[in-house]
Design a binder for this molecule. Sequence first.
Ligand code: PMV
Length: 354
Amino acid sequence: GDKWILTVTAQTPTNIAVIKYWGKRHEELILPINDSISVTLDPDHLCTTTSVAVSPAFTHDRMWLNGKEVSLSGDRFQNCLRELRSRASDVEDEKKGIKISKKDWEKLRLHIVSFNNFPTAAGLASSAAGLACLVFSLANLMNVKEDHSKLSAIARQGSGSACRSLFGGFAKWIMGKEENGSDSIAVQLADEKHWDDLVIIIAVVSSRQKETSSTSGMRDTVETSMLLQHRAKEVVPKRVKQMEEAIEKRDFPSFARLACADSNQFHAVCLDTLPPIFYMNDTSHKIISCVEKWNRHEGTPQVAYTFDAGPNAVLISHNRKTAALLLQRLLFLFPPQSDTDLDSYVIGDKTILK
Ligand code: PMV
């Protein structure tokens, strides 16, 4: 009968780029103009949880994000769904008496329920966790027999940075050469155990939604910034190699120098865009100054900072002791409840200790 329902739930953490992706060479397939490298956060703190369900009783594909229904009509969702449906296999659940054959997936409709445990679209890479989780949970539901890298190429078509969230630890998104994007995939550089004394703290400067979406921002930068061409051709290829080496050797000073430099260059290409894009604000700049001063005072970098398409600071320290000192400093500079600085600066639950 029509009574059955089959569900799968998955949880996917977000990732933060330490070598940034900014600029597409193909808009629809989401093919980037350079490689990028990220660290995947601890799933306990910043992640998306998605449940997907299939039932013959469903008449349309539908999705709810944080309790509100959202449209699935966008090209990106549709591309992901199409790619997954075309790779689906037979599914059998004997206990429930369910038998879905490969070709049934074309007709069966899906319901998707997704929650972020952090602010959506505030430059905390919510789309990364969201699309990765969507693709991963659907691939499981539909019995798609492909490895994580192949799935990453599907997640990529939902949101570029999502392809890196299919791996824990450190991931690299290889830009690829093929026109159809088949080799634009993510690979794991090191797993989550490789460098487990790193501590990541996120200072939520503002949980408001960003003004310029990454999609339109990137498009403007590609069209108008000369600095971006230089960055993609001359800077990032070398930096990616150096970053891979720093991660492999757990060389924190090199890791920190590269991550900070790359964040700053990303925001420089934003400023070099017409019209200029400002993702960081005064508080972000104050945090950078604080870290730079501290690092200079110590002689070697103790903390790395990186900012995505928003004002929130992602701070990475090389051990828990330094992280504790960093928190102390942040609390001193940006006291909770002061009306100007960090947005209701809540250290406890908005602090990510990895
Ligand atoms: O994948 P998108 O469209 O959300 O773009 C992400 C862009 C940055 O977060 C700024 C950089 C990155 O590599 O994640």
